[in-house]
Design a protein around this ligand. Structure first.
Ligand code: SF4
Length: 165
């Protein structure tokens, strides 16, 4: 079965204090109103990420990154779990960004971080204090949304300082 993804990119803010290689997986069925990535609803979008090509990507970036993020993919649990295990075996942390409220423990037991909850524009994303979405450290169970809000505030302050300077 295909596990189609876009080419990965390195991201800095999706997991606080980690440099992550991020894979967006096609075939999302959550269908959030206002989704910014509706192209990902099509399971044929992007190209198949085999375990071999996943290992190649991780090997290429292993010295630069500390974490691997999947945007979606929980709808193909077996393929996703295989990749989480590969990442862990290479010494990398793992994170899943899901639009669902709950993720099966067979997946979450292989995660360090998990973001849950659909996009609701009226409530905002993780940087919003009213957000329905939750970002959690799976090992400690701690909710880490405050780290996103703090970043947002310090970025705002930086912006203010830049304007003032
Ligand atoms: S979970 Fe993400 S990709 Fe899926 S519909 Fe919602 S915003 Fe779009």
């Amino acid at each position: 079965m295909k596990f189609n993804c876009l080419p990965p990119s390195i991201v800095f803010q999706e997991v606080p204090n980690e440099i992550s290689l991020c894979f967006s997986v096609s075939g999302c069925k959550v269908a959030c109103t206002g989704c910014h990535s509706t192209e990902l609803w099509n399971a044929d979008y992007g190209s198949h990420l085999s375990n071999k090509s996943f290992i190649n990507w991780l090997t290429k970036y292993q010295n630069l990154i500390s974490c691997v993020i999947f945007f979606g993919g929980e709808w193909q649990a077996k393929a996703l779990i295989e990749k989480l295990l590969i990442a862990r075996n290479l010494g990398l942390k793992t994170c899943l960004y899901s639009g669902q409220k709950h993720i099966d423990i067979s997946i979450s037991e292989h995660l360090n971080f998990l973001k849950t909850g659909p996009w609701q524009s009226a409530l905002g994303g993780l940087e919003s204090i009213t957000s329905n979405q939750v970002f959690r450290d799976i090992k400690t169970g701690e909710k880490l949304n405050h780290l996103f809000i703090k970043n947002h505030h310090s970025n705002l302050l930086k912006g203010v300082n830049n304007v003032a300077a």
